[in-house]
Design a protein around this ligand. Structure first.
Ligand code: LMR
Length: 393
């Protein structure tokens, strides 16, 4: 039977990880997969995470199942972290998921369950795995214009024009902050305009927020998500703890459905049902780390301080890279790199130039010219800048 299986398309981001590992050059630079690296190229366990793990190890006296939707201490703490007091807690159905990807997958399944005809509007470009999961689930995708490669910013007029074609029963997938893969984000007035379109079309927003705290700060990065959730009757939110807690391999995420309080019971039961169908109970260790940190003032303050250091380090690298490129190119055409926020920036060049960077200079970035800024350090920024100019970008 299994001889009928066909090779599946390789994941472009994960394929790079392997290619980088196999490259023998010791001057190689990895700007591929979205993992934070410090100035020495390590991805450390955050201090508060280590402390929380120690407490869990010392105090945990059972490994018995949690709830199907995860431990309520975790879902409550995450609802507060992402949504603040933008909506009443009683309006939120929430379930722990294996990572942000698990939340995205469960959200799409929920949409398909509620409306098999739903179209999902996605930014052009979006995280490739959004498209891969949607295609796997057989769901219809509509692209909306997003990135303007001429300016490195958002093609806002194009985006609004395209979003206006969404209808009630459709879903609009938005990146809450730190757009992946481009790094280009909406400003507050532009978010207001998107909300107006959502209100007038009746399409349901789905917000993927995987980098809260990596852009302008924990609160600022959640502002758009909160405003959207408070302004429309229904909203889906998929959040990840992989990056901001640095617990990638623990697979810690959450899916939230914000809707009428009267519907919360049914919505909560449906999220639990979906968990049961796909993996039964969600993983607990990462969720317990997160809830231990978020419910303890001291650990939370230390986590926030370290996250802020990470964020500022990335901003410093952005400034440095934009500055180096300005010197070398004698123009401001790379200024957008300092404006972008989050882990990624799309350089806006062609696949052959991306290939040249890899082949000639050992610099690995995704084929659409997405760079992981956190893969750089102060010493590698000038090397990257020279290579960018050398290959004629
Ligand atoms: C990325 O975009 O690099 C990360 O979200 C990691 C992944 O799973 O693709």
């Amino acid at each position: 039977m299994f001889e009928t299986l066909k090779a599946q398309p390789a994941d472009k981001i994960l394929a790079l990880v392997q290619a980088y590992r196999e490259d023998p050059r010791d001057t190689k630079i990895d700007l591929g997969v979205g993992v934070y690296k410090d100035a020495s190229g390590n991805t450390p366990v955050m201090r508060a995470v280590k402390a929380a793990e120690q407490r869990i190890w010392e105090n945990q006296d059972t490994k018995v199942y949690t709830g199907l939707a995860g431990d309520p201490t975790y879902t409550n703490a995450m609802a507060a972290l992402v949504l603040g007091d933008a909506v009443p807690r009683g309006a939120i159905a929430a379930a722990a998921t294996p990572g942000g990807t698990g939340a995205v997958r469960q959200a799409f399944e929920l949409v398909r369950m509620a409306n098999p005809e739903a179209r999902v509007f996605v930014s052009d470009p979006t995280w490739p795995n959004h498209l891969s999961i949607l295609s796997y689930l057989g769901m219809e995708v509509v692209n909306y214009r997003y990135f303007d490669s001429a300016t490195g910013g958002v093609n806002f007029d194009g985006m609004i024009e395209d979003l206006k074609t969404a209808k009630k029963g459709d879903v609009v997938l938005l990146h809450g902050c730190c757009h992946n893969p481009t790094g280009a984000n909406l400003n507050s007035a532009e978010w207001d305009a998107v909300i107006e379109v959502l209100q007038s079309t009746g399409a349901v927003p789905m917000i993927d927020i995987a980098y809260q705290g990596f852009g302008d700060g924990l609160e600022a990065d959640a502002a758009a998500t909160r405003k959207v959730a408070a302004s429309v009757p229904e909203c889906l939110i998929a959040a990840s703890c992989s990056k901001n807690f640095g617990i990638y391999r623990e697979r810690t995420g959450i899916l939230m459905l914000v809707a009428a309080e009267a519907a919360q019971g049914l919505n909560q039961a449906t999220l639990a049902f979906l968990n049961r169908q796909n993996y039964s109970f969600p993983p607990d260790h990462g969720a317990r780390i997160v809830s231990t940190i978020l419910t303890d003032d001291e650990l939370k303050a230390d986590w926030m301080a370290e996250l802020e250091d990470v964020r500022n380090a990335m901003l410093g690298l952005r400034e440095q890279l934009a500055g180096e490129l300005q010197k070398l190119s004698g123009s401001d055409r790379f200024g957008f790199l300092a404006q972008h926020r989050g882990m990624f920036s799309r350089l806006g060049t062609t696949p052959d130039k991306v290939d040249a960077l890899r082949e000639k200079h050992g610099i690995y970035m995704v084929g659409d010219s997405r760079m992981n800024i956190a893969g750089l350090n102060q010493n590698s920024v000038p090397i990257l800048a020279r290579a960018i100019i050398d290959v004629g970008i």
